[in-house]
Ligand binder design. Structure first.
Ligand code: C2E
Ligand code: MG
Ligand code: MG
Ligand code: MG
Length: 281
């Protein structure tokens, strides 16, 4: 599954082929330990609406604060967690933590924005909507605060079953977005059936804007098809003003990227909300 995502394939191959069995087992047992000892944490990256420049969402991105190695990026442990199945426990922790944080922001009286949690294919089971509902209830969190990002690899399995799960998540009032769009294998005939809210243009296309004509064509086509299907479209990995203006001219709704902000620890994210992100009406 990691093969489809250019962001992940390097780590995936190096883990599997170069580092070997021993290294994988070391990371796996380390990750188990991390889960039980509070070594995981979430960073938050804002998403901005292009027209209003207002924050309309944020993505929760997991990090592992390793006692010796420092801050370990997800590319170094998520693909392994996906192959071993540990991703289920990691995902449970992430959902829990994200809802706890959103509930804090809700209680602080902030204007609601959607906090997106990445969900791997292996987590996308019949029990997910039930678990999401229970977590929302436990934190008394309004579902308008939550979004789940799924990738095309999730949609490759049993489509009718997957759509059933998506419908149940939507029925809770939780939005779904299709992450890394364009890098997987989902077909357009399926795209029209998916009850999603947002399409996320993969960073690998954003990067080539505006000089690479193919990336520009792909990005503007994704924007056009997404909008015509009634979805919002967001571009990830926006780093330059040129990229922003191309996306604006192409009708893209939202952007996320270093141009605005990198993923930040909760306290620094909150500082951004207070200082200049025009959050409160
Ligand atoms: P993703 O969901 O596509 O997340 C976007 C990635 O792009 C993040 O990398 C983010 O830091 C990075 N990014 C955002 N803006 C820019 C930019 O302007 N330039 C560049 N160069 N990069 C940018 P990160 O945090 O390292 O996460 C990588 C991937 O790991 C994520 O890709 C996602 O697939 C996975 N991941 C992260 N957290 C979780 C999680 O809690 N659960 C699961 N299942 N996967 C996760
Ligand atoms: Mg994502
Ligand atoms: Mg993405
Ligand atoms: Mg991506």
């Amino acid at each position: 599954e990691g093969h489809a995502d250019p962001d992940h394939s390097v780590a995936f191959y190096s883990l599997d082929m170069n580092q070997g069995m021993h290294e994988r087992m070391r990371i796996e047992s380390g990750l188990r330990h991390a889960l039980g000892h509070g070594e995981l944490l979430l960073y938050y990256q804002p998403k901005f609406e292009i027209g209003s420049d207002r924050i309309v969402g944020a993505e929760a991105l997991v990090r592992w604060l390793h006692p010796e190695r420092g801050l370990v990026p997800p590319s170094e442990f998520i693909p392994l967690a996906e192959t071993t199945g540990l991703i289920v426990q990691v995902g449970e922790w992430v959902l829990e933590q994200a809802c706890a944080q959103a509930a804090v922001w809700q209680r602080a009286g902030l204007r609601p924005f959607r906090l997106a949690v990445n969900v791997s294919a292996r987590e996308f089971t019949e029990s997910l909507p039930t678990r999401v509902a229970a977590t929302l209830e436990r934190y008394e969190l309004d579902p308008c605060w939550l979004e789940l990002e799924i990738t095309e690899s999730t949609l490759m399995h049993d489509i009718d079953r997957v759509i059933g799960i998506m419908d149940r998540i939507n029925a809770l009032g939780v939005a779904l977005s299709l992450d890394d769009f364009g890098t997987g294998y989902s077909s357009l005939s399926y795209l029209k059936r998916f009850p999603i809210h947002t399409l996320k243009i993969d960073r690998s296309f954003t990067t080539g804007i505006p000089l690479d004509a193919s990336d520009c064509a792909i990005a503007s086509t994704i924007i056009s098809i997404g909008r015509q299907l009634g979805h919002r479209v967001i571009a990830e990995g926006v780093e330059t003003l040129d990229q922003l203006s191309f996306l604006r001219d192409s009708g893209c709704d939202e952007v996320q990227g270093y141009l605005y902000a990198a993923p930040l620890p909760a306290a620094r994210f909150e500082q951004g909300l207070r200082d200049n992100w025009l959050l409160v009406e």
